[in-house]
Design a protein around this ligand. Structure first.
Ligand SMILES: NC(=O)c1ccc[n+]([C@@H]2O[C@H](COP(=O)([O-])OP(=O)(O)OC[C@H]3O[C@@H](n4cnc5c(N)ncnc54)[C@H](O)[C@@H]3O)[C@@H](O)[C@H]2O)c1
Ligand SMILES: N[C@H](C(=O)O)[C@H](O)COP(=O)(O)O
Length: 332
């Protein structure tokens, strides 16, 4: 495999994102990792963590070479305001978004092979006046992609979402036949293309308790989900099972055969995935014109600057996926 150039966005500066990026300098990597962050922030955080690192300025004409332990290449984006580890400063939201925009642009014009994101604080960004519901939606908007699907993967389980970061009260009206059909078709395509699964088995959750109990506990299944699944089966021969009740779909009997479980909303499937594999999972945005993976956790503000407490496994997993997605030898 050729050496890949991966841009790593360091996320919320008061959170553990800069720390995670710095930990990468303690290992050798077979690819080139570029950290998008403020260089001074990284120096100060490195001191706090006791990491001895040589920070090298990124230049786009650099040769892609494997990264050696002891150094990090930094694509410098200046902070807007001071950073205290663990304390949110909404004045830096612009910095967080500038990092993402830089990385997206670089992926769109093939300067980078993939983007791996460290966590941002959605509340802080919104508090400073920007409407931001998540990387998934931001990446779709900035890359002019009409539909993306959020999927999280850990050993033995993949879950995908039909709706992402919206209030629970809006789930039912957001889920339409058209959206569900497009989501399933995109999920199927991407599992074939990126994961080399020949004929994916997609297990679909209902929305209501007990998948609506034939309409007695909610009508979305009979009116929207079942007809949509039936149409897709007939028209596209996609291997769909369900809708099944979300409380029993995570049963070994189904999981042995399922390539992915499609949930109707965020907290229907993510708690199960995170219970099974928190800190060893990866978040992947399917449908973008470039590869994007992310850690499975948030900003963990209380651990910023505290070396012993921070777990870096999810970032390692996210980098591994970013490198391997779409490759023939995929072993993930
Ligand atoms: N990829 C992302 O950008 C992303 C993902 C999830 C949550 N978030 C955001 O993060 C913020 C905080 O969310 P939260 O508190 O619900 O979740 P969180 O993942 O930050 O924290 C949950 C718990 O796990 C711990 N934890 C998380 N990551 C850890 C790590 N790498 N090492 C050790 N411990 C770790 C935390 O200390 C906390 O106890 C929110 O604004 C949320 O929206 C961002
Ligand atoms: N839904 C994700 C999770 O719970 O891990 C998280 O909020 C990050 O989503 P984005 O990648 O869209 O920011």
């Amino acid at each position: 495999m050729s050496i890949k150039r991966i841009i790593i966005t360091s996320g919320e500066p008061a959170g553990i994102g800069p720390d995670l990026a710095l930990f990468l300098s303690t290992e050798n990597w077979s690819h080139q990792l570029i950290i998008c962050a403020d260089k001074t922030l990284l120096s100060k955080r490195a001191q706090l963590l006791g990491i001895d690192v040589n920070l090298i300025n990124y230049e786009s004409n650099m040769k892609p070479i494997m990264q050696k332990a002891g150094s990090l290449i930094v694509d410098h984006i200046p902070l807007n305001d001071i950073v205290i580890a663990g304390k949110i400063n909404p004045n830096n939201s612009c910095y967080v978004l500038n990092i993402l925009e830089k990385a997206i642009l670089g992926c769109m014009n093939n300067e980078f092979d993939a983007i791996v994101t460290c966590p941002v604080h959605k509340g802080a960004i919104n508090r400073s006046g920007f409407s931001f519901s998540g990387h998934t939606e931001f990446l779709a908007e900035k890359s002019n992609t009409s539909l993306v699907v959020m999927m999280l993967s850990t050993k033995g389980l993949k879950v995908a979402l039909a709706t992402t970061h919206i209030p629970l009260s809006q789930v039912s009206k957001t889920l339409t036949k058209d959206k569900l059909e497009k989501t399933i078709r995109l999920l199927n395509r991407e599992l074939i293309k990126k994961f080399r699964i020949k004929s994916p088995s997609i297990y679909v959750c209902g929305l209501n308790p007990h998948a609506g109990e034939n309409g007695f506990l909610g009508r979305e299944e009979v009116e929207m989900i079942i007809p949509t699944l039936e149409k897709i089966r007939q028209k596209y021969a996609i291997n769909l099972i369900g809708p099944l009740p979300a409380d029993t779909i995570f049963n070994d009997k189904y999981l042995k055969k399922a390539d992915v479980i499609l949930g109707m909303y965020h907290d229907q499937v993510l708690p199960v995935l995170k219970y099974k594999g928190f800190s060893r999972s990866v978040n992947i945005t399917l449908g973008l014109p470039f590869i994007r993976t992310s850690v499975d956790h948030g900003t963990a503000l209380e651990f910023a600057g505290k070396r012993k407490a921070i777990n870096i496994k999810s970032l390692r997993t996210a980098i591994k996926y970013a490198v391997n997605l779409g490759e023939n030898h995929l072993k993930i």
